[in-house]
Design a protein. Structure first.
Length: 125
């Protein structure tokens, strides 16, 4: 699983291992809920929201990682350069029952994933 990596980042077990830890955290987000890049970064050891974004961007084709459930801290879908990724993400979230307000924001009180019981230790190598 090769993809886009932060410049100079390899980590102790290589970038694929690091991304797999991010993907493991994202797989925990249940259908009909969302998490922020920062929220995922907090539960993955030595991770930043930007690294979570790089990991999501590295996914290609069909995947079991529910990438659409990761949004930004402004409660919005992050725009992408080129392609229809943001439109596709919104459609996938709406299929899961998530609603957006007129500004394209998600109600965190209603849809934010509360990662109770999910600790950093679960996503460390």
């Amino acid at each position: 699983m090769r993809g886009v990596y932060p410049l100079g980042f390899l980590g102790p077990h290589g970038p694929d291992s690091f991304y797999e830890r991010i993907y493991a955290a994202v797989r925990q987000i249940p259908r009909g809920k969302v998490a922020t890049y920062g929220q995922i970064a907090k539960i993955v050891d030595r991770c930043t929201p930007r690294m979570v974004g790089y990991a999501m961007a590295a996914l290609r084709g069909r995947t079991d990682v529910p990438w659409q459930r990761v949004i930004n801290a402004k409660r919005e879908i992050s725009t992408r350069s080129g392609g229809d990724g943001a439109v596709r993400q919104r459609r996938l979230l709406e299929k899961e029952g998530i609603r957006f307000d007129r500004q394209g924001r998600v109600d965190f009180k209603r849809y934010r994933w509360k990662n109770r019981g999910k600790t950093e230790d679960a996503f460390r190598p």
